[in-house]
Write a protein that binds this ligand. Structure first.
Ligand code: SF4
Ligand code: SF4
Length: 452
């Protein structure tokens, strides 16, 4: 075990063995343009580097569990032998008692029985990118010929299901699916039978910086259409989720989840929120006070401050020159992490849900507060809406936890509360169910009612 002054006991490093290279061409994917950072490169992690990475990762953790996390691009393009080798190396370098958890994020199109059996054997948690039912998924998740990828992804998923692999669906929320939250959620829960779901907002800044392509030797038309994507500019593309829509999408899902699925379906956003309501570390950088413990490793050993900041200003160094632990502990990285807290506008400092939001991810802080201060998160209206909307049930769940009871008891508590409110409602009152109708036109009609 290495002890580097200032190094955290644990951190998260997303390794990208194929860099940004992918077998799909999703329209909103900002990673694809990152090819330009390494002109002429083959984008394949070499065996010596894989060994250096695994050894340093295990050495630099002072916690009993280490996560080996693969991402892309599309990491399965490395082939199965690469991952078999990575597991062998982990077995070579892990200290006695050190546990290793494997995760991989994939688009699923290469997954077959062999991959599924391998994932099962080594207990991988597989993050599968799906944006909802076919029409919503295929809106942007297309291949190099512009064809939707839904059928290929579902074929991969079936192999994972057949092998009983743990799957976490990662769904991006964007202009095409933002108004269909419940439908998307029910598709994952009822048709795919998924129990772990993450919803990630697509916020694609439209003002991109064009590196001098000629200097880099690029001239193909496809690459010119994808300028290097950096976190700059204050406009977003029309594929992006609306600033309020992400909150609506999640609130709609929350209302169903909290009434029937708590404890059965894990929606990352709601778990993280419950941790913040309960005063525990949320386990997700975006809703933590500071960040900087979720870094990215490129195929050649370069380490960047964060997977969302794989760009020249955020390069910390290369693990073949500087040990990983030193890069993680560097002043540059610590300053990156502190900036999340230290650059909050006053509007956030005064906000009633700051304890749950912490201003969101700095990459999306490019709008102005109502009084004109720069640095407000583009998704602020979503966060305010969502965190206010879920406040009462979150408090109930947090109380249940304090009493040593299951948070899933919230469903019964809410049902009893709603029944009481319905019983007390006058005919002309707004219906307590929140439909926006008068009680007499909604739950006050017998039997059922339009909102029942
Ligand atoms: S910049 Fe955003 S995504 Fe990156 S570590 Fe910080 S909060 Fe997380
Ligand atoms: S909800 Fe908006 S104002 Fe409140 S902390 Fe989050 S980004 Fe800031």
């Amino acid at each position: 075990m290495l002890t580097t002054p200032g190094a955290p006991p644990a951190f998260h490093l997303l390794a990208k063995p194929t860099g940004p290279i992918c077998n799909l061409d999703c329209e909103y994917c900002f990673f694809l343009s990152k090819e330009m950072l390494y002109p002429g490169d083959r984008f394949r992690m070499a065996d010596e580097l894989l060994e250096t990475y695994v050894r340093q990762l295990l050495e630099s953790h002072r916690t009993p569990e280490v996560t080996v996390a693969w991402q892309g691009g599309e990491p399965t393009m490395m082939g199965l032998d690469f991952f078999r080798r990575s597991v062998e190396l982990v077995d070579t370098y892990r200290r006695p008692g050190q546990r290793v958890a494997y995760t991989i994020q994939t688009n699923g199109v290469l997954i077959d029985e062999r991959w599924a059996a391998f994932f099962k054997e080594h207990d991988f948690l597989v993050g599968l990118s799906v944006d909802g039912p076919r029409d919503l998924h295929d809106a942007f998740r297309v291949d190099k010929r512009g064809r939707g990828s839904f059928d290929r992804v579902m074929a991969g998923y079936e192999h994972l299901q057949a092998a009983d692999v743990d799957v976490n669906v990662l769904c991006t929320v964007h202009a095409a699916n933002q108004d269909r939250g419940l439908e998307v959620y029910r598709f994952f829960r009822d048709e795919m039978g998924v129990r772990f779901i993450q919803f990630i907002p697509i916020v694609e800044r439209a003002t991109q910086t064009l590196l001098p392509l000629a200097n880099l030797g690029w001239s193909t038309s496809r690459k010119e259409k994808r300028p290097l994507y950096v976190q700059a500019g204050s406009h977003v593309t029309d594929r992006s989720v609306g600033p309020e829509a992400y909150g609506r999408f999640l609130s709609d899902i929350f209302d169903e989840w909290v009434r029937r699925d708590v404890g059965g379906v894990y929606v990352q956003m709601f778990d993280v929120a419950l941790a913040n309501w309960h005063g525990e570390p949320p386990g997700l950088c975006i809703f933590s006070e500071t960040c900087g413990l979720a870094l990215a490793l490129e195929h050649n050993g370069d380490v960047y401050s964060c997977d969302h900041f794989v760009e020249p200003d955020y390069l910390l160094g290369n693990i073949t020159d500087t040990p990983m632990a030193e890069l993680v502990a560097s002043e540059q990285q610590q300053a990156f992490g502190r900036a999340k807290r230290d650059t909050l506008p006053q509007y956030c400092l005064d906000c009633e849900v700051r304890f749950a939001c912490h201003g969101g991810c700095p990459r999306n802080r490019f709008t102005q507060t109502p009084d004109g201060e720069q640095g407000l998160n583009y998704l602020c209206p979503s966060y305010k809406r969502l965190f206010n909307h879920i406040d009462e049930p979150m408090q109930i769940m947090s109380d249940l936890l304090r009493q040593g009871r299951a948070p899933s008891e919230v469903s019964a508590a809410l049902a009893a509360d709603e029944a009481q409110q319905l019983a007390a409602a006058g005919r002309n009152d707004p219906c307590p169910c929140g439909s926006g109708h008068k009680y007499k036109k909604c739950h006050g009609t017998a039997p059922g009612g339009v909102g029942a």
